[in-house]
Design a protein around this ligand. Structure first.
Ligand code: G
Ligand code: G
Ligand code: MN
Ligand code: NA
Length: 250
């Protein structure tokens, strides 16, 4: 069912939608950005990216699909600027296959140019594992993206096999503490503490993902973590609901 052909048809038939999850300054509660998360709207149901992104990667459909995510995110940034006079950064997830494809950097630059948005408003999230597949290629691509002004976040940090010596050479701006380490807080805190310290040393923004309760939030606030995301604040929301809650009365 979820084959190359059906994903291709879904793209043509505009069955994909983006949901948006807020990122907050956890010291002040201020909204500072959001993450775009794709869903497949199929026969009135929403299909999770976990069930089609792997197929999209295997079949190569991830290239036009990922391009759509980038375009749609840029279009949404522009829409919020035009309709609500609000510039909110959007972070988009980039799959391994997509990151390694030669069209990624030109696609991102073209989309930002087409919608006339400042590159600082678009952040690319790449998993630690994708970056470590081919470190030399990663450095080259990230240098291109950084010098063009786009933000770069390492997603799911702590779950892959980062070489810390390479990490130092990657021009990244943000590290996202994987939610499995946040869910252990405050009882098990060794990894989260270490990532926070590493972020400070490397002068990176640290985002704590998957904050689900007050105790996790308090632990992070007390240790100087600045940015948070998670169900405690909000689940990923459809565009119209995200706009009602966060954009219209910013
Ligand atoms: O939103 P949700 O929890 O269902 O996401 C599940 C997984 O799918 C996460 O790992 C997330 O990063 C990934 N994902 C969500 N949206 C996109 C997307 O637009 N592109 C890619 N490559 N992955 C995505
Ligand atoms: O791999 P990535 O970090 O991009 O995955 C993001 C996904 O994590 C989101 O799509 C969302 O569905 C999920 N997520 C976001 N916040 C929470 C949370 O607080 N708890 C859990 N269990 N999942 C979350
Ligand atoms: Mn992500
Ligand atoms: Na993540």
């Amino acid at each position: 069912l979820r084959t190359e052909a059906s994903l291709h048809d879904a793209l043509i038939n505009k069955e994909f939608v983006l949901h948006f999850q807020p990122k907050l300054d956890i010291q002040t509660g201020q909204l500072i950005g959001c993450e775009a998360l794709i869903r497949w709207q199929k026969d009135g149901r929403l299909i999770s990216p976990m069930s089609f992104i792997p197929v999209a990667e295997e079949t190569g459909i991830i290239i036009p699909l990922g391009q759509w995510v980038i375009e749609e995110s840029c279009r949404t940034i522009k829409k919020w600027q035009n309709e609500y006079n609000f510039s909110l950064p959007i972070a988009v997830n980039v799959a391994s296959q997509q990151f390694e494809h030669s069209s990624l950097v030109p696609d991102i630059k073209k989309a930002a140019l087409r919608y006339q948005i400042a590159p600082e408003l678009l952040e690319i999230e790449i998993t630690e594992t994708s970056l470590m597949n081919d470190v030399q290629l990663a450095i080259k691509k990230l240098d291109e993206l950084r010098s063009a002004g786009f933000g770069i976040a390492v997603d799911d940090f702590g779950t892959g096999y980062s070489s810390l010596s390479y990490l130092r050479h990657l021009p990244i701006t943000t590290m996202k503490i994987d939610r499995c380490f946040v869910s252990d807080l405050p009882k098990e805190s060794a990894i989260a503490s270490t990532i926070l310290m590493l972020g400070k040393q490397l002068d990176l923004k640290i985002v704590a993902e998957g904050i689900e309760n007050e105790a996790q939030l308090t632990w992070l606030q007390e240790r100087g973590c600045l940015i948070g995301q998670g169900y405690y604040f909000s689940k990923p929301l459809p565009l119209n609901i995200f706009e009602d809650k966060y954009i219209k009365q910013h």
